[in-house]
Design a protein around this ligand. Structure first.
Ligand code: HEC
Ligand code: HEC
Length: 469
């Protein structure tokens, strides 16, 4: 700055002083004009451009985790890290009220405490250092806001590093700066170096956090994605067969539960009845399935409550129940469960038995069920598991236990003939004759697995020869 300009500025300053621009009303008036301009600009922007809305809120979606707007994320993270501090972490109001309160209070009081008349930054090291550390901290906390404090394997390392970068280092630095400035009256150079070092350390530690940050989890793949109504009904039927048949029967008609541990003999309302279908709306039905009836013995199925079914999977089940059981709905034409058998034709596991077993049996006969250990989820399992594996299925034997129980003859206990060892199957209601027929033909013909194996066993019915006159 040469003397010439200096003089000019000073002259202008003198002139302004003499003219006497006052804070009130002159400066305030200018401020008001500018605020009004910004206000009008905002209204124009909101009217003509607007903000893209988020997806419509779904009040029944309990998996939604609300998060603050981005400019509050640093406070959000601060709170999360603060919560990790062993004793203080429990006293939440310190982090939510006291610390922000003190911060705002200090900012408000700063002009009264720090009466340094200089504007030159070299003479204002303390406030600039404090602000610099706060800004670096706020930026880093915002960036770290989506890094979990506990990793999937339960390790606390990430959380500890974040607390070091976001709480410990800046906290210690701020205390040091105050001590240097007021107690030891240290040189500004020392304070500048402290600030720089602090910022570098914070960046380095949070850099480590970012490097260790786990890759975002893939959104859990839906096990079935069905688009057409028919696909949805079929998907719902499969899910129903596995999860619900056990208690409600393959067609929802069970009124007394049988063959289910803990619920033996329990009376329930058949869920295919008008009583249920006409009184429970789709969304209430969704809730019943998602939340279950834990007090009555029906466990929750929705992922949000610890079950295994996703939102759309439960929707498919509801669709299935509506279209197949509710007489107000017209069911679409569905493919039959298995192709009809011609006379002499032999069914195979792949084409006939598997879909039947899936629909009527595996709800109870699969891993994880404690009241029987007969697994029916694969060809090998059907032939080789169960307490009575030697007798359940015997090629060519019409007295195979399986054939007896599905035809309504329970198997008595050999040691205590008065007692029933295996009930009729499925325990809750009888199979239709065409399904029983498939099991009979399959076992009588040696349990072929593939369609080709079964075709080889086909015995063409002897052609009826009409005598020629
Ligand atoms: C472990 C046995 C069990 C399983 C498995 C089970 N439920 Fe239930 N369910 C029950 C019991 C018990 C009740 C209470 C019955 C009652 O109060 O009449 C019930 C009630 C219901 C109701 C409400 C009936 C009413 O009267 O309000 C519906 C709908 C229902 N279940 C559907 C399902 C569906 C769909 C599945 C499969 C995803 C399923 N349940 C699986 C045992 C079960
Ligand atoms: C509601 C649950 C349930 C359903 C559905 C069900 N079972 Fe069972 N099953 C049982 C239980 C429980 C046992 C153990 C014996 C008993 O309690 O009667 C069993 C036992 C058996 C056994 C004897 C296994 C052994 O080694 O002791 C056979 C065979 C059998 N079931 C066949 C079937 C067939 C075939 C179907 C489908 C058409 C079927 N079950 C459907 C519950 C069920």
């Amino acid at each position: 700055m040469n003397d010439e300009t200096k003089k000019k500025i000073n002259e202008r300053y003198e002139r302004e002083l003499n003219r006497g621009e006052r804070f009130w009303p002159d400066s305030i008036f200018k401020d008001l004009i500018v605020s009004l301009g910004i206000f009008i600009l905002l209204i124009v922007l909101a009217t003509f451009i607007g903000v893209a809305p988020e997806a419509k809120a779904d009040p029944s979606d309990t998996t939604y985790i609300p998060r603050p707007e981005w400019y509050f994320l640093f406070l959000f993270k601060f709170l999360a890290l603060y919560g990790q501090i062993p004793l203080l972490g429990k006293i939440e109001w310190i982090a939510t009220v006291l610390v922000p309160g003190i911060a705002i209070g200090v900012l408000t009081l700063l002009p009264f405490i720090e009466k340094n008349p200089n504007r030159y930054y070299g003479k204002r090291v303390l406030p600039i250092s404090i602000m610099a550390i706060m800004v670096v901290g706020i930026v880093l906390l915002t960036l770290m806001s989506d890094v979990p404090t506990v990793s999937a394997d339960g390790s606390q390392l990430l959380g500890i590093l974040q607390a070091i970068a976001g709480l410990a280092i800046p906290g210690i630095a701020l205390i040091l700066l105050f001590l240097m400035s007021f107690v030891f009256k240290s040189s500004t150079r020392l304070m500048v170096w402290t600030t720089v070092l602090t910022a570098v350390l914070m960046v380095l530690v949070s850099g480590t956090v970012f490097a260790l940050k786990p890759a975002p989890a893939e959104p859990a793949a839906e096990t079935v994605v069905a688009t057409t109504l028919t696909d949805q009904i079929l998907a719902g039927q499969d899910l129903y067969s596995v999860n619900c048949t056990e208690c409600h029967g393959d067609d929802g008609s069970v009124a007394v539960i049988k063959g289910v541990e803990g619920l033996e003999g329990k009376e329930i309302t058949p869920i295919n009845s008008r009583d249920v279908l006409y009184t429970i709306t789709d969304s209430a039905m969704y809730e019943v399935i998602a939340y279950g009836r834990p007090n009555e013995g029906m466990t929750p199925f929705g992922k949000a409550y610890g079950g295994e079914l996703s939102k759309s999977e439960i929707d498919y089940i509801v669709t299935f129940m509506r279209y197949m059981w509710d007489d107000r709905f017209e069911p679409p034409q569905l493919k039959p469960l298995f192709p009809r058998l011609a006379a002499g034709e032999v069914p195979s596991y792949d084409v006939h038995i598997q879909p039947i077993v899936k629909r009527y049996c595996i709800s109870c006969h699969r891993a994880g069920k404690t009241n029987d250990n007969y697994l029916m989820t694969s060809y090998d399992e059907i032939l080789t598991t169960g307490d009575n594996k030697a007798n359940n299925i015997i090629a060519g034997d019409p007295n195979s236990y399986l054939l007896q129980v599905i035809q309504g003859t329970p198997i008595p206990d050999p040691k205590d003939p008065g007692k029933i060892m295996i009930n009729t199957m499925p325990p809750n209601h009888a199979l239709k004759p065409d399904i029983v027929d498939v099991f009979v033909r399959w076992i009588m013909n040696g349990m072929p697995q593939t369609a080709a194996d079964a075709a080889a066993l086909y015995t063409a019915p002897t052609p009826v020869v009409t005598p020629t006159p």
